[in-house]
Design a protein around this ligand. Structure first.
Ligand code: DMJ
Length: 605
């Protein structure tokens, strides 16, 4: 899911040879002529309707003459200036000066007020949200400056720099372990399998970080062993480890990764030995035993339905049908099950009876989310032939419209609420922000135009979940006002104020940019990267989850860098900013729910 994966959710339950480097095989990342947007020309005009843009008031604005917060960021995370301090914002124009050799030398930035300013002098350019507003005084000061030059903003390079910084911390303090704890400069262990390193492999390849990749490959070759007496979560190890290894194999052609993928895939199979064939949540990959969590015989619906892309691909590569058979049995059963509501699934399924457990809410968030994502993506993976998957997906989206979709007051932001005991709870997990991207992917593949319409609206809402926070970072859960008494659309409860460096919004921004080429999506992603740099970057290396997105002075660092920050968040940001839209073409690959690209099967498969 986006589900048990999440530590917030998990905790809830618990307490309740360099030689391997090869060029990317020809054809995998082909270049296309500039100006051609693959697939875009296939979208009928009606898929890209004009939507009514809500007028969005920001959260209470700082006083008009207030100075913008120091670019040093919160005291707890003070850092030196970094790439993200070179900002070019909306309404500004870059003038590229050429040096004598005709190469790109530097850019002068003209501010929206016509003033020319130099970021390197410490002038932070005006921003529009989360307390970064420039003031009249600042603008006048800027206008009095002589024309100066500022280094070009290279967003792609800024992502590489962020990755290197995160990797520096991981390498120094957590090498070979699951997660970096960047503030205490140590590591955390979950499965003891080098989770961050494996999750980050294909990101390094895609970002072109060959030295880092070579070192990591060496570790996989010499240190990684799955022959360990350890309990792992089936879903998490499938999406992060199996998915990461399979995609790295596809990108590099290096059979080391395929061999490791076969090894872990085989070791996960005992999970399916249950009375119902609905898998258990946990497997001991050393002993070959599996079991549900101690307190229940239920599994999470998103978990058992979001392992299919990976196991199906493993069968295709190994020509061994056991993996595909096991996961497709789950799909078949869930397809037939009673207890759905207009295609929406409950959160839990029992591993003895194979039936849904009637508890929890209907949600597109934690514990159900990637069920919907994988319906569409399996249909795409298999060449659009498996019509039951498509039918279930289409029905579910209609179910979302009918049961969960609402608009806020006063600004008419569209959001997906949760239905519990017939009552609509107007809250949305950040996890739901995968949905605009998935809807857009469906529309790109010929699904109804109104899916794109909905994607555009939800993308705006997810953007606002960042833009309206003082740190520019989204909370884990947003509460939306149906009738606002305080003039705000979004409220955040104290328990929901954390940010775990999650990817879903930048994931959707990537899809939206690929399909619309609207540069605002890049700008929104850029704002997010800058906020990560400002509030979550740890000087000695790494990025940290934070506890309070509403407090820019003390965002309450939590001392953990989740593996998905490298596996997903930075990868999607890089792809969002890259001009090469054939780099992981969305007509050739589907991303698993951990952002590991797997090939769409050729029609002969
Ligand atoms: C990741 O493990 C995956 O994206 C999963 O689908 C949901 N949770 C995290 C990221 O938020």
């Amino acid at each position: 899911m986006k589900g048990l994966s999440d530590r917030s959710i998990k905790e809830d339950w618990v307490e309740m040879d360099n030689g391997g480097l090869r060029p990317i095989p020809p054809g995998l990342v082909p270049k296309i002529p500039p100006g051609v947007v693959p697939g875009f020309q296939d979208i009928p005009p009606e898929v890209m309707p004009e939507i009514q843009r809500p007028s969005i008031p920001l959260l209470p604005k700082p006083p008009a003459m207030r100075k913008p917060p120091s670019k040093r960021g919160p005291p707890v995370l003070q850092k030196r200036g970094n790439v993200s301090d070179w900002q070019v914002k909306d309404g500004e124009e870059e003038i590229v000066k050429r040096d004598e050799d005709g190469g790109k030398e530097a850019k002068t930035v003209i501010s929206w007020r016509g003033a020319m300013i130099e970021a390197e002098q410490g002038t932070e350019l005006q921003s529009t949200a989360h307390g970064k507003e420039g003031t009249v005084a600042d603008a006048e000061k800027a206008a009095s400056l002589k024309p100066v030059t500022v280094k070009a903003v290279d967003r792609v390079e800024a992502v590489r720099e962020a990755f290197r910084h995160a990797w520096k911390g991981y390498k120094a303090f957590a090498w070979g372990h699951d997660e970096l704890k960047p503030i205490s400069k140590t590591h955390g262990e979950w499965f003891g399998l080098g989770l961050t390193l494996i999750d980050a492999l294909d990101t390094m390849w895609i970002l072109g970080l060959k030295d880092e990749f070579a070192e990591a490959r060496k570790w996989v070759e010499t240190e990684l062993s799955f022959s360990k007496n350890v309990d792992v979560n089936l879903f998490e190890s499938t999406i992060r480890i199996l998915g990461g290894l399979l995609s790295t194999y596809h990108l590099t052609g290096d059979t080391l990764f395929l061999d490791k993928a076969k090894d872990i895939g085989f070791r996960l199979m005992p999970a399916f030995k249950t009375p119902s064939k609905i898998p258990y949540s946990d497997v001991n990959i050393g002993k070959g035993t599996a079991h549900p969590p101690r307190w229940t015989t239920d599994s999470t619906v998103a978990e058992v339905t979001s392992i299919q892309l990976e196991f199906r691909e493993l069968s295709r590569l190994t020509q061994d049908p056991q993996y595909q058979n096991a996961v497709e049995e789950v799909t078949r059963q869930v397809h037939r099950l009673e207890g759905k509501r207009d295609g929406l699934v409950p959160m839990f399924i029992n591993t003895n009876s194979g039936k849904f457990t009637r508890r929890g809410a209907f949600t597109l968030g934690a514990r159900a989310d990637s069920y919907y994502e994988y319906l569409l993506k399996q249909w795409l993976q298999g060449g659009k032939k498996e019509t039951e998957l498509l039918e279930d997906y289409l029905q579910a989206i209609e179910g979302v419209r009918k049961n969960l979709l609402r608009q806020t007051s006063p600004s008419k932001l569209t959001f997906v609420g949760e239905l519990s005991n017939g009552h609509l709870n107007p809250k949305m997990d950040h996890l739901v922000c995968f949905l605009p991207g998935t809807l857009a992917l469906g529309a790109h593949n010929g699904l109804p135009a109104d899916h794109m319409d909905l994607a555009l609206q939800l993308m705006e809402t997810c953007h606002q979940m960042y833009a309206q926070m003082e740190t520019g970072l989204s909370p884990e859960i947003a509460h939306f006002n149906l009738q606002s008494s305080n003039g705000r659309d979004i409220d955040v409860k104290p328990a929901d104020r954390h940010n775990l460096l999650r990817p879903e919004t930048v994931e959707s921004l990537f899809y939206m940019y690929r399909f619309t080429k609207d540069s605002k999506y890049r700008d929104w992603g850029w704002d997010i990267l800058q906020s990560f740099n400002k509030y979550t970057r740890v000087p000695s290396g790494g990025y940290t989850s934070i506890g309070n997105v509403r407090d820019p002075v003390n965002p309450a660092p939590r001392d953990k860098m989740e593996s998905f920050f490298l596996g997903e968040t930075l990868k999607y940001l890089f792809l969002l900013f890259s001009d090469d839209s054939e780099l992981i073409s969305l007509d050739k690959y589907i991303f698993n729910t951990e952002a590991h690209p797997l090939p769409i099967w050729p029609s002969t498969s």
